[in-house]
Ligand binder design. Structure first.
Ligand code: FAD
Length: 384
């Protein structure tokens, strides 16, 4: 029967490796096959946006090779191998023409960087940095260079702005929003972070989009929709991530923003599960480490035979802008209530409270981040 086939996990990011570590503890004999499109090195993705300040190469950020992981976890890992098709009815996946059987299949294939549609002839000088290999390529491109243009002022754009400024680069940030971190912070808190980054020399161009990027000398010149132009040596595109959905859609799995799963991390097809950046759990797409760790623990139990629901407690997000530290727990989408703002300068405390005064979210910057402990106790769990 199919039960003799291995548990197959697609993806060796934090979701895949954490799941397999947990599963191995509970099921020492279970055959497990991991498949990854990249080189399978184990690394902590959040470290990618602190690597310039700390001057860490991609090799220094890698904690273990795929071969080491395979030995440690007593599993088989196929690296540089892309899954191209899933056949849920036959309990098979395909790597090109090659079929591979599974007893249970776990999709941990993450999210992809959204590519910006800019005109011009400089596509190869526009980098998105979403895994260790991207990071290695970008470090090589930035070596000996000075001016970096960052497109996007969300979590990743803001973190790279701080990190690369700390690493000695001259930074311009362009984003079509009124203030940075628009989906995480109210304006007053965002302004505090912006002022801190400007203190490091970062220039913000908020409102316009980058329209066109053309080669100029060794570097590029970008033209914004407001007519302004910016010269740079290299460009980082950090305009957003979206869960990878293609293969899931073709296999007939239900998807929305992410691959739809219930609290047991079951997709709409039997014996196929999803977790991490590719999954949407009861309406939530949470592109963070803490939710995938909680999911990995629950799913490992389920795969080991003890059906277990995932729950998420309070999970504030730390934005790694050390010049002005930020901790934020955004209110759930669609919450009704109001922000109230306290503090001044770099030290802002913003609280989002509902009709009857209950705390539903917060954003803290600067010295106020220390108040997170008290506020966390008041917050409702994200998914109790
Ligand atoms: P990924 O790490 O993207 O792994 C996906 C895996 O699937 C890879 O191995 C890939 O090769 C493989 N794959 C994809 N398609 C296929 C295919 N067809 N066949 C085979 N293999 C395939 N979160 C926080 O909580 N705190 C932070 O401070 C933080 N900082 C971040 C900073 C940056 C710069 C970035 C980019 C993200 C940050 N995040 C942070 C988010 C966090 O890193 C992610 O939520 C997490 O790493 C996602 O892990 P994952 O395993 O789901 O996906």
């Amino acid at each position: 029967t199919k039960d003799t086939a291995p548990v197959v996990v697609i993806g060796t990011g934090l979701a895949g490796y954490n799941l397999v570590k947990e599963l191995r503890k509970l099921a020492p004999e279970q055959p497990i096959l991991m498949i990854t499109a990249d080189d399978g090195r184990n690394y902590s993705k959040p470290m990618l946006s602190t690597g310039f300040g700390k001057n860490k190469s991609a090799d220094e950020l890698a904690m273990a090779s795929a071969a080491d992981m395979a030995e440690q976890l007593n599993i088989v890992i196929r690296t540089n191998t892309r899954v191209t098709h899933i056949d849920p009815a036959a309990h098979r996946i395909f790597i090109g023409e090659e079929p591979v059987e599974y007893s249970k299949l776990v999709l941990a294939w993450g999210a992809e960087a959204i590519r910006s549609r800019v005109e011009g002839d400089a596509e190869e000088l526009i980098y998105s940095i979403n895994d260790l290999q991207d990071y290695a390529a970008f470090r090589q491109a930035a070596d000996g260079k000075k001016k970096v243009l960052i497109m996007g002022a969300g979590l990743i754009g803001a973190e790279y702005a701080n990190d690369m400024a700390a690493g000695g680069f001259d930074i311009d940030v362009v984003a079509p929003c009124e203030h940075l971190l628009p989906s995480l912070l109210p304006a007053a808190a965002a302004d505090a972070v912006q002022a801190g980054l400007e203190g490091l020399g970062v220039r913000f161009h908020l409102g316009p989009l980058v329209n066109r990027i053309v080669r100029e000398g060794e570097g590029v010149r970008a033209t914004l929709t407001n007519g302004e132009t910016i010269a740079a040596d290299v460009v980082v595109s950090a305009i957003g991530l979206r869960p990878r959905l293609d293969l899931a859609v073709k296999a007939g799995l239900q998807v929305n923003q992410g691959i739809l799963v219930n609290r047991r991390l079951e997709t709409s097809e039997a014996d196929i599960y999803a977790l991490g950046d590719c999954a949407e759990i009861e309406g939530r797409v949470l592109l963070y480490v803490l939710p995938l760790m909680a999911s990995a623990r629950a799913l490992a139990k389920t795969l080991a035979g003890e059906a277990t629901d995932t729950s998420f407690g309070v999970m504030p997000v730390t934005v790694k802008t050390p010049v002005v530290p930020v901790v934020v727990s955004p209110p759930a989408a669609g919450s009704s209530g109001n922000w109230s703002i306290d503090g001044e300068g770099a030290d802002i405390q913003a609280e989002f409270r509902g009709e009857s005064g209950e705390l539903l979210g917060y954003a803290l910057t600067g010295a106020r981040v220390m108040n997170k402990v008290a506020l966390n106790k008041e917050l409702p769990a994200i998914m109790p």
